[in-house]
Design a protein around this ligand. Structure first.
Ligand SMILES: [Zn+2]
Length: 274
């Protein structure tokens, strides 16, 4: 599923290819991914130039010279691509933006859970969708304030896009592992130093993932992500990934707030009765 790091990678790809370019036409191959009338989309986007690319959480935005903003959400399987001729069009391209230059930008989505819509501004979209600040922009002070007010479990709270936009399931597990905080701590019981560690870990995990363009197997060995269940073991001759990279304790899998959660039982001690 495209999480914040993938979407940031897509945004950079789009920024390189479409910034300053004029979109000559919009080709709709499957309207299922549209959350806007096809005619409206064609009318508002055709002839407009892309003046900026932005991202908020898992949403990517193309700001247009008309003042409208194209919003791309990649659902479960969304991706972007570029091509010039019909015969090179990536499989599962649902919508293609034809640029004046002849290049075409593909919105690719095999499972069609992604959505394309229009909005008046990133701020209007953020308000309508009740999204908090982007996880990379969230300050330690904002996190402190948000956690201090809540008695809920830390993990589901960090997944709540109203608190901060862009933290998904594996990211929160990695953040809490790096910060050495148990996912079932009550948010308001965290010491200021622990909140600082969580904040620093959000930055570390997201910047690492973006640097590696979300290729998880290239992440440092000190990351918990290697313990998650992959299609195949990262190293078929070793079960090292099932153990904590710090102290070799077996990584625990448990459902927290209905979501598969991985943590180290010694680095992230179980909360006492609070
Ligand atoms: Zn450990």
């Amino acid at each position: 599923m495209p999480e914040l790091p993938e979407v940031e990678t897509y945004r950079r790809f789009l920024d390189e290819l479409v910034l300053g370019q004029t979109i000559a036409a919009v080709e709709i191959l499957d309207a299922k991914v549209l959350a806007v009338e096809a005619d409206t989309l064609r009318r508002e986007v055709s002839g407009a130039a892309v003046t900026a690319t932005r991202r908020l959480g898992k949403n990517c935005f193309l700001e247009l010279s008309t003042g409208k903003v194209l919003v791309l959400h990649f659902g479960m399987t969304g991706d972007v691509g570029a091509y010039r001729d019909d015969y090179d069009r990536p499989r599962f391209t649902r919508v293609a933006l034809h640029l004046d230059s002849g290049l075409r930008i593909a919105f690719i989505d095999p499972r069609k859970f992604g959505r394309i819509r229009l909005t008046d501004s990133v701020a209007a979209f953020q308000l309508a969708k009740k999204l908090g600040p982007d996880a990379l922009e969230l300050t330690a002070a904002e996190l402190q304030t948000a956690l201090a007010r809540k008695k809920t479990l830390l993990k589901p709270l960090l997944l709540d896009q109203r608190l901060t936009a862009g933290l998904g399931n594996w990211i929160v597990d990695e953040v809490l592992f790096q910060a050495a905080v148990h996912p079932e701590r009550r948010a308001n019981t965290l010491e200021p130093a622990e909140v600082e560690r969580v904040h620093a870990a959000v930055q570390l995990v997201l910047h690492t993932a973006i640097e590696q363009e979300a290729t998880y197997r290239q992440f440092p060995a000190s990351f918990l992500i290697h313990a998650r269940e992959w299609d195949e073991s990262p190293d078929p001759h070793s079960d090292a990934h099932e153990y904590c990279p710090r102290d070799r304790a077996p990584i625990v899998k448990k459902y927290v707030g209905g979501r598969a959660t991985y943590y180290c039982p010694t680095c992230q001690p179980t909360p006492s009765e609070e």
